[in-house]
Each structure stands twice: as structure tokens, then as C-alpha cells.
Design a protein around this ligand. Structure first.
Ligand code: SAM
Length: 404
């Protein structure tokens, strides 16, 4: 179906006029893009938002956009509705032009728009980058009304994505890819449980599992929103890193798909003695273990990664030269191994709980290996392992190593 109005006729379109706002300039570089931002003492004093520390977040978007385009063998139409100065989009156009048809970016800050427009013209993205000065939700409604659809949406707000997610489904193509970032980690990780419950509809837990639980609560919120629009989701990659959580997932249309995703909503239970974690469906039985159980949710109890996407990601990293390549590779490796390694233990906390000294990871890993189990370090949290050994067996090994 053709669009009802030309994109540049939609309200808030920022026309080509590269007038620089009234600030000193600073030249920056990220990936293959050299761009200009207003000079400031630090990122918090700046009149625009640009955080160089988020380059890993942008690298991931570039990696999965490339892989998705290769999978479906065509260029993608992309929408980033909270784009800041649009560096993610400009990097995509420069670093993976073969994967991108066009990108729409928007931000309600007018100085931000002028900076984006200046860089757009300097970098010569005049045909395939469209900038809007609009509030996210009202722009998305306008795009939907004019029949615009996108293959990839990247939602990167300050704080929680919950206020925006319901608006995204109507502008997504069937089988589209979405990425959602959340930076309100104090809520999601259980420091402020009521804030988490209010924003995400899931009760968090502030223990060794809190970062993985944060991802699962975020996915739970997304699944329920998708379900309201008769869509199901499949997570392909998840990460909790620095001060944020980011998930990538594919959507599929239909009530059946939506119901299937809803079946993966449930609760987690962590044993406060051996730290084993159990996932149960919403109507499942409460498990039994050797200690008291701490409950979190409702949350997503399904897989957090798609093995094939993670393997492809690792392969692409070999040729892409992304700034955060090494950290991304570790998380992709965790994704490749997810199915085998369901156990997730923070060794420092477990040893503290057991009142024993902590062994070296080398000793622990060789002992687990000797016993015939697999183990890797997790990127979700410091001092955490992923393994297929049970909590009780792990406790036995830790006690033996402490006695040596
Ligand atoms: C976290 S920053 C985005 C960073 C950007 N994605 C990047 O990679 O650099 C969030 C941006 O959204 C803008 N923003 C916040 N709320 C908005 C809203 N409701 N509508 C439009 N823009 C909004 C802010 O001005 C800010 O530039």
C-alpha cells in the first residue's frame, strides 16, 4: 500500500538547512563517522544528548541491522524515534550502506535537530536520512496514519521504554526486528521495586540474579504490549551492561503467536541457600529446594538469545571492526551457549553466604570440568558463571575447594 503523504509533508519534518546553533564546536569520532557536536564541559552540561559511552549500544544496533538485512536479503527501512543527534543512524548509513534503504530519526529537542541536520548535510546523507522535530508518540501515530512501516525500530529513551512501546507496533512490518533499551536499572534491578512494578508490571529482585531478572521483566512488559496488538515476539539477543539493559527481538503477527509468547510469562524463584534459580509458568507449581525461595515476576521465562543470530553475529564481528567488538563477542558467546547452561551463579555472593573463602575461577572451572559439566563466565554481572551443574553440586565443589 502506498503512503498517504510524502515523508517530508508530515508535520515536524526538518528541512535541509545546515545552520549551526549558537555554540562552539567539538569534532568527535565514533566507528567510521566524524561528526560535530556543541562543545561542553561534560555530557550533562551539553545542550544536546550524546553519550560516547553508549557506543556498545550503537554497535549492537549496527551488527543486528546488518545481520537482519542479510537474512532477508534486502535493504531495511529503519525508525529511531528517540534519536538524540542521530549518530546511530549516521553510523549505519556510513558503515553498512548495503543494509539500509532509509532511516527516519526524531527528537523533540530543536538544538538536537539542528545538530543532526548539520551533520546530515556534512556527511551527505541528504536522500536517505529524514529528521523530525516531534514528540515520539504523536509522530509515530502520524506515520501509522500515513501507512509508513519499518523493518527495524530502535527505542532508546531516557529511563523506561514503557510509555512508548504500545505506539510502535502499528508502524512495524510483519517479522520486523526491534531493539529496546532501558536505563532505569535501579527500578529493574530491585532497588526501587514499586517503581519497577508500576512501570513494567513485574516485581524485581535485588539479589545475584537481578540483572538477568531485569532483562526478563523488560521482556515481560514488551510481550504483554505485543500481545495487546496480536503479535508474538522471539528474543534474539539480550544484554545488561554499564548502566542499561538492551534487548533485540523479532515480531510475528497473529493471535496464536501472541498467545505462544504469553505462555512464556511466569515467575522466577531463587533458593537463598544454594542460589539455584527455577522458572515456572504463571499457573505452575512453586518449586521446592534446600532453602527459602525468593519470587520475582511476572517476567519472561523463555530464552534470551537465538543461537543462530548469535553465531551469525560472531561471524560478522570478524570483518566489521566495531569499537566494542570484544565485549559484544563475549555476550554473543553466552548467547550461543544459553540452551546448555541454564544455571547462573554469582560465586562471590554464594561463597559469602556459605561463609567460605572464594576459590580462583581457574580452580573452580577445572573442577566443574573434571566433574563432566560445562561452565563459562557470564557478562550479565561480575563474578557470575553460567553452567549446567546444579546449585547443590556447585556448593559441594565450592566447600571442597575451600577446605584445600
Ligand atoms: C537517551 S537519548 C537518545 C540517545 C540516542 N539514541 C543515541 O544513540 O545517542 C533520548 C533522546 O530522546 C529525546 N526525547 C526524550 N523524550 C522524548 C519524547 N517524548 N519525544 C521525542 N524525543 C524525546 C531526548 O531529547 C534525547 O535526545
Amino acid at each position: 500500500m502506498s503512503n498517504m503523504r510524502k515523508i517530508s509533508d508530515i508535520n515536524g519534518y526538518v528541512e535541509g538547512n545546515s545552520k549551526w546553533p549558537d555554540f562552539d564546536k567539538k569534532i568527535c569520532e565514533e566507528g567510521n563517522v566524524v561528526f560535530t557536536i556543541p562543545k561542553s564541559e561534560n555530557i550533562y552540561d551539553a545542550p544536546i544528548f550524546f553519550n560516547p559511552m553508549m557506543n556498545l549500544n550503537r554497535d549492537l544496533s549496527i551488527l543486528f541491522t546488518k545481520n537482519y538485512s542479510e537474512k532477508i536479503n534486502r535493504k531495511l527501512r529503519i525508525f529511531e524515534p528517540l534519536a538524540g543527534i542521530g549518530i546511530r543512524a549516521m553510523r549505519m548509513l556510513k558503515e553498512i550502506p548495503e543494509s539500509v534503504e532509509e532511516i527516519v530519526i526524531s527528537d523533540y529537542n530543536t538544538i538536537t535537530n539542528s545538530v543532526s541536520n548539520y551533520n546530515k548535510e556534512k556527511l551527505n546523507f541528504t536522500n536517505n536520512l529524514h529528521i523530525f522535530n516531534r514528540e515520539t508518540r504523536s509522530l509515530t501515530l502520524d506515520l501509522a496514519e500515513n501507512k509508513y512501516k519499518y523493518d527495524y525500530i530502535d527505542l532508546d529513551p531516557f529511563g523506561s521504554p514503557s510509555p512508548y512501546i504500545d505506539f510502535m507496533w502499528p508502524v512495524l512490518n510483519s517479522k520486523a526486528l526491534i531493539s529496546v533499551t532501558a536505563t532505569d536499572m535501579t527500578a529493574l534491578c530491585g532497588v526501587y521495586p514499586m517503581a519497577c512494578f508500576r512501570k513494567y508490571g513485574g516485581y524485581p529482585i535485588n539479589n545475584q540474579h537481578n540483572h538477568e531478572t531485569a532483562i526478563r521483566i523488560l521482556l515481560g512488559m514488551v510481550v504483554r504490549s505485543a500481545g495487546r496488538h496480536e503479535k508474538g515476539i522471539t528474543p534474539i539477543f539480550s544484554i545488561s551492561v554499564d548502566h542499561y539493559a538492551k534487548i533485540f527481538f523479532k515480531i510475528e503477527n497473529g493471535r496464536g503467536r501472541a498467545n505462544k509468547s504469553m505462555e512464556q510469562i511466569g515467575f522466577s524463584f531463587t533458593c537463598d541457600n544454594c542460589h539455584e534459580i527455577y522458572y515456572e509458568k504463571i499457573d505452575g507449581e512453586i518449586p521446592k529446594c534446600c532453602g527459602e525461595l525468593q519470587k520475582a515476576g511476572p517476567l519472561w521465562i523463555g530464552k534470551l538469545f537465538d543461537k543462530d543470530w548469535c553465531e551469525r553475529g560472531l561471524k560478522s564481528l570478524e570483518t566489521m571492526k566495531l569499537p566494542s567488538e570484544k565485549r559484544i563477542a563475549k555476550q554473543l558467546l553466552e548467547g550461543v551457549n544459553e540452551e546448555d547452561l541454564k544455571g547462573f551463579f554469582q560465586i562471590s555472593k554464594l561463597c559469602k553466604k556459605l561463609k567460605i573463602s572464594q576459590p580462583s575461577f581457574t580452580d573452580l572451572f577445572s573442577k566443574i570440568d573434571e566433574e563432566g559439566f560445562k561452565v563459562i563466565r557470564s557478562q550479565f554481572k561480575d563474578q557470575v558463571i553460567r553452567t549446567n551443574i546444579s546449585g547443590r553440586k556447585l556448593v559441594k565443589i565450592l566447600k571442597e575447594l575451600a577446605e584445600k
